[in-house]
Design a protein around this ligand. Sequence first.
Ligand SMILES: Cc1cc2nc3c(=O)[nH]c(=O)nc-3n(C[C@H](O)[C@H](O)[C@H](O)COP(=O)(O)O)c2cc1C
Length: 134
Amino acid sequence: MRESMLRQYMYISTAVGIGQSEIDAILSACQRNNQERNVTGLLLYNGRNFLQLLEGEVEDLSWVMRKIEADPRHSGVSIIEDITVSERACPDWLMRHIRIADEVGERRAKLDSELPVNLDSSLRRVILNFASLN
Ligand SMILES: Cc1cc2nc3c(=O)[nH]c(=O)nc-3n(C[C@H](O)[C@H](O)[C@H](O)COP(=O)(O)O)c2cc1C
């Protein structure tokens, strides 16, 4: 389906010591709300920071971002990319949690293979760099 004004937001935030149960709770909120708002994307957590890519129409993204920014589980939410795209990179992921490999040397290659093929190349680079942080 052709969408009028499709955008991708990418933000980073800070959250220390988030466990799997909290990640699961976040993902279940995503199942509820992102489905209803037709928002898709991916989420990475490196133990100190989140990086999330959200894609959808502006009003839907703003609605979801307001909820996310108000969430006390993290702080310092800052949007680092905001672009218009012609199609979604993650049409089938209401929110996909992508795990960062423990082994630093394997991280980039493993993540590169898991990221969507039609992801904007500068967004891809930012995500790969984020995952390289220790
Ligand atoms: C890093 C992070 C990412 C999140 N991403 C989303 C999201 O994509 N969609 C969403 O609805 N909630 C997301 N949440 C959860 C929201 O902050 C909020 O808890 C949730 O939307 C509340 O949903 P409810 O009002 O339906 O209970 C995220 C939270 C965190 C900490």
